[in-house]
Design a protein around this ligand. Structure first.
Ligand code: G16
Ligand code: MG
Length: 218
C-alpha cells in the first residue's frame, strides 16, 4: 500500500536547473572557461560543494578550500537572486494536480531535496502548503545516493520505507530511494533512470490509481 510520496524538488516539481546553470556558467566565465548545458547535466541532484568540484574539474582548475567556499557562496548569491523572482508559473506540468491528488487520497507528502534553498523555492511558487514534511539540504549530512534525505522524510511523516514512493529526476536520487528500501518513479528518460521501478516523462503522466496499479504489491 502506498502511504507516502516523497518528492525531489529540482527537475520534478520545478525547473530550477536552468537557474543553477546560468549561475554556474557565469562563474565559469569569470574563471576563464566555457560551461555547456551538456556539462550541467552532471550537476543535477548533486550538492553545491560537489557541483563546484565538478565545475573546476571541467575547467582544469585546482583551488584551496577557502577559495572554493568563496566561489560557492558567490554562485549561490547569484542563484538566490534568480529564484527570488520565481512564481507558480514555474511549477512543472502535472506537479500541482498530483500533489493535490495525493492529499485527496490521504497519502502523506514529503520533500527530499539536496538544495539548501528549497524553502525559498517552495514559498515563492506557493507549493509549501502541499507538504506534510520538508527535508532539504539544511537537514542532511550525506548527499544522494545516500538514503538519508528520504529516510528522514519517511520518519517525519511516520511511514515505513516500504510504503513510500520516491519521485526523482536524477540517477543518484533513484539509487538513494532503492537504498532507503523505497519504490521509485523516475521523472525523465528511461536511458538515465532505468533503475527506477517506473519511468514517466513528467508528473502529468501519473495518477494515484495508476501508481497503485503498478505497485500493487505495496
Ligand atoms: C538541487 C539541484 C542541484 C543543486 C542542489 C543543491 O537538488 O538538482 O543541481 O546543486 O540542489 O542546491 P543549493 O545550491 O540550492 O543548495 P534536488 O535534490 O532538489 O534535485
Ligand atoms: Mg532533482
Amino acid at each position: 500500500e502506498i502511504k507516502a510520496c516523497l518528492f525531489d524538488l529540482d527537475g520534478v516539481l520545478v525547473d530550477t536547473a536552468r537557474y543553477h546553470y546560468i549561475a554556474w556558467r557565469e562563474l565559469a566565465e569569470e574563471l576563464g572557461f566555457d560551461f555547456t548545458e551538456h556539462d550541467n547535466e552532471r550537476l543535477k541532484g548533486v550538492s553545491r560543494a560537489a557541483s563546484l568540484n565538478i565545475l573546476l574539474e571541467i575547467g582544469g582548475i585546482t583551488l584551496g578550500e577557502e577559495e572554493k567556499a568563496r566561489l560557492a557562496e558567490q554562485k549561490n548569491n547569484r542563484y538566490v537572486e534568480y529564484i527570488a523572482k520565481m512564481d507558480s508559473s514555474e511549477i512543472l506540468p502535472g506537479a500541482l494536480d498530483f500533489l493535490k491528488e495525493c492529499r485527496e487520497h490521504s497519502i502523506k507528502v514529503a520533500l527530499g531535496s539536496a538544495s539548501k534553498n528549497a524553502m525559498t523555492i517552495l514559498n515563492n511558487t506557493g507549493l509549501t502548503p502541499y507538504f506534510d514534511a520538508i527535508i532539504d539540504g539544511t537537514h542532511t549530512s550525506a548527499a544522494k545516493p545516500d538514503p538519508e534525505v528520504f529516510l528522514l522524510g519517511a520518519q517525519a511523516v511516520n511511514i515505513a520505507p516500504e510504503h513510500c514512493v520516491v519521485f526523482e529526476d536524477a540517477e543518484a536520487g533513484i539509487l538513494a530511494a532503492t537504498r532507503a528500501g523505497m519504490r521509485s518513479v523516475g521523472i525523465g528518460s528511461p536511458e538515465t533512470l532505468g533503475a527506477a521501478n517506473l519511468v514517466v516523462p513528467s508528473l502529468q503522466q501519473i495518477s494515484v490509481d495508476a501508481l497503485r496499479e503498478s505497485f500493487a504489491a505495496i
